[in-house]
Write a protein that binds this ligand. Sequence first.
Ligand SMILES: NC(=O)c1ccc[n+]([C@@H]2O[C@H](COP(=O)([O-])OP(=O)(O)OC[C@H]3O[C@@H](n4cnc5c(N)ncnc54)[C@H](OP(=O)(O)O)[C@@H]3O)[C@@H](O)[C@H]2O)c1
Length: 381
Amino acid sequence: MKRLAILGSTGSIGTHTLDVVASHPDQFEVTALAAGNNVELLQEQVRRFRPRFVAVAGEAAARALARRLGSDGVEVGWGTDGVCCAGADTGADMVVSAIVGGAGLVPTMAALRAGKGLALANKETLVMAGELVTGEARARGIRILPVDSEHSAIFQCLENQHTNKVLRLVLTASGGPFRTLPREAFSAITPEDALRHPTWAMGKKITIDSATLVNKGLEVIEAQWLFGMPVDRVDVIVHPQSVIHSMVEYVDGSVLAQLGVPDMRLPIQYALTYPERRACPAARLSLEAVGGLTFEAVDRRKFPCLDLAYEAARGGGSWPAVLNAANEVAVRWFLERRVGFDEIPTIIRKALDANPHLAIRSVEDVLEVDRKVRESLERGK
Ligand SMILES: NC(=O)c1ccc[n+]([C@@H]2O[C@H](COP(=O)([O-])OP(=O)(O)OC[C@H]3O[C@@H](n4cnc5c(N)ncnc54)[C@H](OP(=O)(O)O)[C@@H]3O)[C@@H](O)[C@H]2O)c1
């Protein structure tokens, strides 16, 4: 029986993870759940999965949740300390890190420092602090298991192979909802348009990130740290059907790919059961039904966020954290209709230009950069 703490349990990855748990009741037990403010769904999840501890982001939400749970015998915590405690101190064997955005960094690091196994969905953690996070994992002999479908695909294609014989990693991208939309039409894109992803059903932030393709840029940085690969050997190709989840090209010209239906329960389950494979509640892949697989190059002029991410990764130090913070602010502003879709890359560009390139030595350094970028953007608006 593997004991799991699920951080971000009310989100898209969190609920899919609980789906996987529910389909293997003899394999998994839930020790803790953590989320932001959705106390209604948390209450339901507590009743169903019986964790011993549950944490929320704010004190008011914690009080509301405690009232709802009554005398259920579940301890309720809140804030960063509460969420860290859910991962690090509840007897879990593995933490599923599925909080969205920079808020996931400190709890993920706390889980590693407590020696927990880590199934990582929160890519922002590796973008902001890839060297520190992977360094901590290495020092403790923890293998970070990727939940992101692209990285799970690469992880699978690398198994039993010599990584020094890898020429490049190729991340596939659906291209998002605006792949064929002319660039001139980008200023009129609404949040509703951008939230309509063609192949994946996901949380709002990653759905907007997929529409600007910054998500693919974040994934390039994630791959850099997960697989120790320089970003210039991580390529991106558009594959609208989202059936090939990513590929590895070896020095001899062989290319290994992992295929499957676009359903996050597949990579989530593989991270939870690794190195074993089990039947999964996701549908089976029918290539006859898919019919054809197509590929095209990314239109980098239309989607400048991808190259901004490469630039931040090459710069290293504080730059990826600047990119991440500026993107989080820009996405929130876009969802609040305060800026247009086409302004997102401009906001990131300006943040990269305005913030000095600093060395990063600790998580505190990262959090300081993150705070400064958010504050200066809010001041300038
Ligand atoms: N969705 C996907 O298919 C997918 C695929 C690959 C990678 N990822 C990555 O996985 C992560 C989660 O994505 P998602 O799509 O599942 O996002 P989501 O649906 O928006 O869910 C986010 C989760 O984080 C919780 N949360 C937000 N702020 C928090 C805080 N300060 N403290 C504690 N919990 C907090 C939310 O709680 P509330 O519900 O209460 O707000 C929710 O449970 C992201 O990093 C994303 O890039 C997602």
